[in-house]
Design a protein around this ligand. Sequence first.
Ligand SMILES: [Ca+2]
Ligand SMILES: [Ca+2]
Ligand SMILES: [Ca+2]
Length: 118
Amino acid sequence: MYNFLDEDGGQYVKFCCEDLTTAGADVDRDGKLDTMFHQVILRVWDDGNKDGCIGCWVLPTTADPYPRQDNYNDTWANVKVDNKVPPVLTCPPNITVSCEAPITTNGGTTGYLPQQMY
Ligand SMILES: [Ca+2]
Ligand SMILES: [Ca+2]
Ligand SMILES: [Ca+2]
């Protein structure tokens, strides 16, 4: 199933980095969409009216106000988008620190922070 904005006509479902931080499915059923999860719906059509066009809608006419339509069925899955690329760390150069240097942390407690020795 796809919408008119889908560039590949529904052949593929693609995810991007933005899908890591957006919510698209309620997997724990608490009524709120959950971040990283996205619902993918697969719709399969037949050619029930045998007009040669699968999934095409036949407009009613006065001669046939209820034309036979094609049939479809849907199934879906919740997909968790996860970033599997390992993080890259760039360490600062080695320094020598004094254990005597007092600091104040974000919590307001006084402790000791490494400071560069000259
Ligand atoms: Ca697509
Ligand atoms: Ca939820
Ligand atoms: Ca058809």
